[in-house]
Write a protein that binds this ligand. Sequence first.
Ligand code: PYC
Length: 332
Amino acid sequence: MTPNTFFCIDGHTCGNPVRLVAGGGPALQGETMSARRQDFLSRYDWIRTGLMFEPRGHDMMSGAILYPPTTQDGDTGVLYIETSGCLPMCGHGTIGTVTFALERGLVAPRREGEVRLDTPAGRVTAQYRASQGRVEAVKITNVGAYLAESGVEVEVETLGRLRLDVAYGGNFYAIIEPQEAYGGLESISAGDILRLSPLVRRAVNEAVDLVHPEDPTIRGCSHVMWTGTPTQPGVNARNAVFYGDRAIDRSPCGTGTSARMAQLAARGDLMVGDSFVHESIIGSLFTGRVEACTEVGNHPAIVPSIEGWAVITGFNTLFLDPRDPYVKGFQV
Ligand code: PYC
């Protein structure tokens, strides 16, 4: 029996893993990447869990599958796969995908220095700098980001009462800033973030009904961002983003940085043209920028961009063999 075979390019974006499936992904039905995402979730989610979870992946594993574009002017379609599910959009995943795909000749952009991606969340444009076959930096211009809820109050066991905002940057983020019950990133261990974040996420989803006004398949708070003071000069803020069941993003999180900039812009703390340098828990950096103002449904919103870099670490041919009892992966 021939196992299902997936040709993957493994690497990372600013420290967080990216597994790009360059061959072996299933054909999907749907005229948009959002519709194809639903098709994948209903028929092929075992491919995601098999490629992302142990024994082939790990808690932080994240990746993407390339598809033909769904728009006339798109260069490629992208489906994001992750331990947390199939995200509508993933910033570090897009920076990695564009880097790997360009370096290995998987996409042929029609415009010099630019790749147009059709993602489940909508159009994302990537501008890149390359030299001698190596992509040095990728700046993605993301979908519209907005502040969805402000001042949501939740009671979290062992922590107490938290007041937080929820913003959308391609996923919905609960953003926790320092306050009485939370002293900032310096005051909390990684173990506490892993223990408390699912409680925060559940409480937020009980308190507010989050649905994207233009795509009702995008709903619910999936990520929790703990904010803190940067450790490096020239940096605006530090963050730790929790996703899935036990992951903390090693990169500064692209959709999270977009959501954070939308929150700050809604408060009047960031203007069009301002940049925002965000530090991850391992000290890696993304440079965000407010490119423009826009609207998402009735929400005042921003068009954020995020710049970062990615590196290929190797090629990986993975088998999902039906005879393997762990073909669909597992979590301990
Ligand atoms: O970079 O957008 C991101 C992301 C989402 C989950 C992990 N990273």
